[in-house]
Ligand binder design. Structure first.
Ligand code: FA5
Length: 346
């Protein structure tokens, strides 16, 4: 048996191998169960015992050499085995792109609208004292007006002056804090924060956002309030949209109003497909409240009501957003449903 002949044959074939696949084929040809080397070992039985020993040793040697050569050659193809990181021929990966929550976009836009007319953006606490949410706003303990604003109270030791801790039910809690912080008018604040109330229906969620405008200066009157609301409505909803002010009663403003807008869902008709509009029921949707700051509140903030006057308003952001975007959503709760079919539209 000419073992050397097989070695020469292998070397020749190896020299023409160009890639991993060809190398693997060569390995199988020589080293697999049905390969040349196994076949040669099988033929040993036909040899005399003396020859068998000699040829067997040469075959083992040949097998070892072939294995080494294949191993060495495979290293030269290592790079080919692991394709480079960027392969322009692969189909593209479709990574899902996230986006900001629609209310975050609305907050950004509202802040910019008010920044243009000199209002400073603030954000007062979500966890607040009764004192700033009610007492300083002319709603002392036990006052029935407090029942109008249902509130989540926290289990925390009561403070003698500040009262109980609660989840802030409105951004009006920031009014007096801003007055104290600034020390002296002029004040032009836009306070945007989360608010909490135990409500859950088509126009109410337990967590929602409000933006609160506060303007205090000398000779501020109701025309400034109307003008500012008008400016906001035109900037955010466009020139065609109608709003109306309804007389109302807030303890911290006098006079007070509620602000309604023509409903986007039913186009102000009050009905959709012959049924009462689920969102507004009348063609108008309440967006917020407003009024001239009550002298009691100015005094709570250390401001002399004889010298200064002011106005304030508070709008719900979810409703404002729903009334502008032409999405005809009939239930405000969808904002916090985590439903990507809705959220990914923005
Ligand atoms: C207030 O919260 C007053 N603090 C507003 C105000 C500020 C009046 C300054 C005068 C001066 P009201 O409770 O009406 O008012 O809420 C204002 C707006 O917040 C509502 O019109 C509505 O748009 C929004 N809102 C109230 N509760 C919810 C809720 N649970 N879910 C979603 N939006 C709400």
């Amino acid at each position: 048996m000419d073992v050397e002949k097989y070695w020469q044959q292998f070397k020749e074939e190896l020299s023409s191998v160009k890639n991993c696949k060809e190398l693997e084929n060569l390995r199988l040809k020589y080293l697999s169960k049905k390969g040349i080397i196994r076949e040669l070992f099988r033929k040993l039985k036909d040899l005399s015992s003396l020859e068998r020993k000699k040829v067997g040793a040469s075959l083992n040697n040949l097998k070892g050499k072939i294995e080494k050569e294949i191993e060495a050659k495979s290293k030269t193809f290592a790079k080919e085995k692991a394709p480079s990181f960027f392969d322009p021929t692969l189909p593209k990966l479709t990574l899902k792109k996230g986006s900001l929550h629609p209310i975050t976009y609305a907050i950004e836009e509202i802040s910019q609208i008010f920044a243009k007319i000199g209002f400073t953006r603030t954000s007062y606490r979500e966890v607040e004292w009764e004192y700033f949410s009610f007492e300083t706003l002319n709603m002392p303990k036990g006052h029935p007006a407090r029942d109008d604003v249902e509130t989540f109270f926290l289990e925390y030791p009561e403070d003698k002056k500040l009262g109980r801790l609660l989840l802030s039910p409105h951004t009006s809690s920031g009014q007096v804090q801003e007055m104290i912080k600034r020390g002296k008018p002029p004040i032009r604040m836009i306070n945007i924060a989360k608010c909490y109330r135990p409500n859950w229906d088509t126009t109410h969620t337990p967590m929602f956002h409000q933006f609160e405008g506060l303007c205090v200066d000398k000779n501020i009157n109701i025309t400034h309030l109307k003008g500012t609301i008008d400016y906001f409505v035109k900037s955010y909803f466009g020139k065609e949209r109608k709003i109306r002010l309804r007389p109302y009663d807030f303890r911290f403003t006098e006079p007070s109003f509620e602000i309604d807008i023509t409903c986007n869902v039913c186009s102000g008709k009050g009905e959709v497909n012959g049924k009462k509009c689920r969102v507004c029921k009348s063609g108008w949707l309440e967006l917020g409240g407003a009024g001239m700051v009550h002298p009691f509140v100015l005094k709570s903030g250390g401001i002399d009501p004889q010298k200064y006057s002011g106005w304030a308003f508070g709008f719900g952001i979810e409703r404002v957003f729903l009334m502008r975007e032409n999405i005809k959503v009939e239930d405000i709760r969808i904002f916090y449903s985590g439903d990507l079919r809705f959220l990914s539209q923005f």
